[in-house]
Ligand binder design. Structure first.
Ligand SMILES: *Cc1c(COP(=O)(O)O)cnc(C)c1O
Length: 510
């Protein structure tokens, strides 16, 4: 029986007792003091700090206990099964985290002379090359800090490309299927394009007729996820890309689902021009709660001049790695410094550890796990798979509980809360938008069959409970979660009235 810990709810600020000390910084040595007094800029905390910081005063022991308790009120990939569709809650081998603790990784600074960080540059250079190889692109930038940031980078490249052709005034639209992740239309809009949404066909794929009628001379490009967010591989991918290329549009590949196809097919071979990766979804890195992540972007040869500066290059004459700023048509810099290095290092380690065959096996296991679950879940009373019911899925599938809502008035949200009560993280709900009462299930490739079976059993239990004629059995679902640190949260209030810091809480109270 799952029961999440509940501890006292004090904030660390409320545990503060004046005079308590958690850590003492050593006195400056005489040498340090004399260096400091010589420094022209007078770098000294007392001179730079503008006001008192109001930090909590707590002992080391209270700090450790406080955060240990908080972690026990949380749920993560190290706690249990986390089938959060589209997010790819990856198993993160501990070696990837371990490598980032090396002093060579931790004690470097972006302003250091490149001659002193050749190893780090080599890692960046190699990772970019491997990503290019895996995706069939010609060159990759590691700068973007997230998938959405990669999209922004890619669509700015689309913009700059049309500008360089003297066509920007004409090329005003980006085509996006209605199954797309919300970041796609947001990106197109942010980059100054008009978004043209096209409906999916009954198989959940791009409707070629709808695409043909949406494509015009105004089409600057198309953003496509393949496999798409329904977990379905686009059957007519080459036709789709030809239609876009025929009007001089560029084909953008949203690579958030790349873990389904690693080492199997390459977006470049499908005809795509620009690809983003989510290193935090495909190549290790613990993620969730907003980062940090990395969203490298790869392009075909023709688009290399538009990449952000700098890229990491290798000079064979001097055998050194260096930052290349010579990109005359560059969209500019998209991030301070050179990217999230610790995430880059984790992805590098992950790929190095697994190798070609290992990466291929990751994709195969992800697809096998998803198909195993899909085939069993869709036979449970009340649940169905509206798209791709009779075909194989890729690394995820979208279940619908609309029959349960119709028969019993119990929603996908209620179901997901009950799943939490059983000690599992629920699937993504209500996305993609084209599936009513969607439960988007993505089992991590490293989960054993027993774990998948346990999850399927929960859905069976739910089906039994919702169709029960006993009021209290139905109520078990409606009242969930009961076994968690916090019960149902008022999502709307949290979104409308977010209190995200101690200072905001204090202001609210006053
Ligand atoms: C996660 C995701 C994104 C956005 O990536 P972030 O790293 O969260 O910004 C874009 N598209 C799809 C299909 C995704 O699953």
């Amino acid at each position: 029986m799952f029961k999440q810990t509940t501890w006292e709810k004090s904030l660390i600020f409320e545990l503060s007792i004046p005079g308590r000390i958690g850590y003492e910084v050593a006195e400056l040595s005489d040498k340090e003091k004399s260096l400091l007094s010589q420094s022209k800029q007078r770098i000294h905390p007392d001179l730079m700090r503008k006001k008192r910081l109001d930090l909590p005063e707590v002992s080391e022991l209270s700090v450790v206990r406080h955060f240990t308790r908080l972690s026990q009120m949380n749920y993560g990939v190290d706690t249990g099964f986390y089938p959060l569709g589209s997010c790819t809650m990856k198993y993160n081998p501990k070696i990837c985290d371990f490598v980032t603790t090396f002093p060579e990784a931790q004690n470097i600074h972006p302003y250091q002379d490149p001659s002193t960080v050749q190893g780090s540059l080599q890692i960046m250079f190699k990772l970019a090359k491997w990503l290019a190889e895996l995706s069939g692109m010609s060159k990759v930038t590691l700068q973007p800090a997230a998938g959405a940031h990669g999209e922004y980078t890619g669509i700015m490249i689309v913009r700059k490309y049309h500008e360089s052709q003297g066509n920007l005034e004409k090329k005003t639209e980006i085509i996006i299927p209605d199954s797309a992740h919300g970041t796609n239309p947001a990106t197109a809009t942010m980059c100054g394009f008009k978004t043209v949404i096209i409906p999916s066909n009954e198989d959940g794929c791009v409707d070629l007729e709808a695409l043909r009628s949406a494509v015009t001379d105004r089409t600057a490009g198309m953003m496509l996820t393949n496999p798409n967010t329904l977990g379905i591989f686009e059957q007519n991918i080459e036709d789709i890309i030809k239609i876009i290329h025929d009007v001089d549009g560029l084909a953008y590949y949203d690579g958030a689902n790349f873990n389904a196809i690693m080492g199997k097919v390459r977006p470049g071979d499908m005809g795509f021009d620009i690809v983003h990766f989510n290193l935090h979804k495909t190549f290790a890195t613990p993620h969730g709660g907003g980062g940090p992540g990395a969203g490298p972007v790869g392009v075909i040869t023709r688009l290399e001049p538009f990449l952000p500066v700098p890229t990491v290059d290798f000079d064979p004459d001097t055998q050194t790695y260096f930052f290349q700023y010579d990109h005359p048509f560059s969209i500019g810099k998209v991030r301070s410094y050179f990217g999230n290095f610790s995430i880059i290092l984790r992805a590098f380690t992950y790929i190095l550890r697994l190798g070609n065959e290992g990466l291929k096996a990751v994709s195969e296991m992800a697809v096998l796990n998803a198909n195993y679950m899909k085939s069993l879940c869709q036979t449970i009373k009340g649940f169905s798979v509206p798209y791709g019911k009779d075909s194989f899925c890729m690394h995820e599938f979208v279940l619908s509980s609309k029959q349960i809502l119709r028969d019993t008035n119990i929603s996908a949200l209620d179901i997901s809360k009950f799943i939490i009560d059983r000690g599992f993280h629920p699937p993504t709900v209500y996305f993609p938008l084209i599936v009513p009462e969607a439960l988007m299930i993505e089992p991590t490739e490293t989960e054993p069959k027993k774990m998948l079976d346990d999850f399927i059993q929960i859905l069976k239990d739910i089906s039994r409970l919702v169709y029960s004629d006993q009021e209290e059995e139905r109520n078990q679902i409606l009242e969930a979660p009961c076994n968690t640190s916090v019960r149902r949260i008022d999502d709307v209030k949290a979104a409308r009235n977010p209190i995200l810091s101690y200072r905001m809480l204090k202001q609210q109270e006053e």
